[in-house]
Design a protein around this ligand. Structure first.
Ligand code: PEP
Ligand code: MN
Length: 339
């Protein structure tokens, strides 16, 4: 349930409500807005008598049930959009953040060349997998810690923030030491042990949509991370599996405005995995800005033909620079609308 406190509610009144919520067997989560505090009580089903009792407590404006199955990530609970700050990079405030880099970290030269190229073109975050969840056990599985070290070196050189995937619960602490944002891959969207553990790290997480996940399942996975203590979650639409075989996946662009209706979390679009085709990445990147995504993730490789993974969907550095020029007018338009 949601308990909206009155604008002038005191700390004692807020603490009292939190105590009552615990007594009833729910967990309170405080959302402090500019004017008033809202308390989300999550746990088992909302009981009418609990709601009625809290409604009559001092300092309470109103109390009502949360209708959606996902609670803390829902816009019912928090109307204002969540903003995630990583140094000078801000996600969710209306700006558009571009994350780019190779699918996998392969060699120092490959990563540094890519990092220099994407930062020069205007990217803010470097992507690169050090742990790769591959469909075939015979495919390259990632450089692991050596890859994380190269990512940290690239950050040092370029000032880019780093996003990289964590595949196993046993690697969470190690990956968190190196990454600025931890990525949960599509295949792990419902790895609940991993999601719970990511609730306990003090770093932002980007959750990718599962290959056949519904929006509800996607948001419930995000709810796992947030309800375990980490509010800094962003969602990534990366295409879903449909009957269509002309593209690797079907990029569900409608998911972006829909997520913006349902949740306050930032939303990123990944047209590289979403289409699997280099030629489709640029037009869909433009669409991502136009439909209100908070950012873009795209794969870039200095020589896609020789990439150890996902070459066909990787952009050459010059194609990436062209993409950045392509999206600029749309980004500017959004900035104007904001001001
Ligand atoms: C990736 O970002 O390289 C990746 C493996 O993505 P996904 O989990 O969306 O397939
Ligand atoms: Mn990839």
């Amino acid at each position: 349930m949601i308990i909206a406190m009155q604008a002038g509610a005191t700390e004692e009144q807020i603490t009292h409500i939190c105590d009552r919520i615990r007594e009833f067997g729910y967990t309170p989560h405080l959302i402090r807005g500019a004017e008033r505090t809202v308390i989300a009580a999550v746990g088992h089903g909302d009981k009418k008598e609990h709601i009625e009792s809290l409604k009559s407590a001092d300092g309470v404006e109103d109390a009502f049930p949360i209708l959606q199955p996902f609670k803390l990530v829902s816009r019912e609970v928090k109307k204002q959009r969540s903003v995630i700050r990583i140094g000078d990079v801000t996600l969710g405030d209306g700006s558009f953040v571009v994350m780019a880099g190779p699918c996998s970290v392969e060699t120092r030269e490959q990563l540094m060349t890519t990092a220099e190229a994407v930062v020069a073109a205007g990217a803010k975050v470097l992507r690169g997998g050090a742990y790769k969840p591959r469909t075939s056990p015979y495919d390259f599985q990632g450089l692991e810690e050596a890859g994380l070290k190269l990512l940290a070196e690239a950050r040092e050189r370029t000032g880019l923030k780093v996003i990289t995937e964590v595949v196993n619960t046993s690697d969470v602490d190690l990956v968190a030491e190196y990454a600025d944002i931890l990525q949960v891959g599509a295949r792990n969207m419902q790895n609940f042990a991993l999601l719970k553990q990511l609730g306990a790290i003090g770093k932002p997480v980007m959750l990718k949509r599962g290959l056949s996940a519904t929006i509800k399942e996607f948001l419930l996975s995000a709810e796992y991370i947030v309800s375990h203590g980490n509010p800094e979650v962003m969602l990534c639409e990366r295409g879903i599996r449909t009957f269509e075989t002309a593209t690797r996946n079907t990029l569900d662009l409608a998911a972006v405005p829909l997520l913006n209706e349902l949740t306050h979390l930032p939303v990123i679009v990944d047209p590289s995995h979403g289409t699997g085709k280099r030629s489709l990445v640029r037009p869909l990147a433009k669409a991502a800005v136009a439909i209100g995504a908070d950012g873009l993730m795209t794969e870039v490789h200095p020589c896609p033909e020789q990439a150890w993974s996902d070459g066909p969907q990787s952009l050459l550095p010059e194609d990436f620079a062209a993409l950045m020029r392509d999206i600029q007018p749309y980004v500017n338009l959004r900035a104007q609308e904001r001001n």
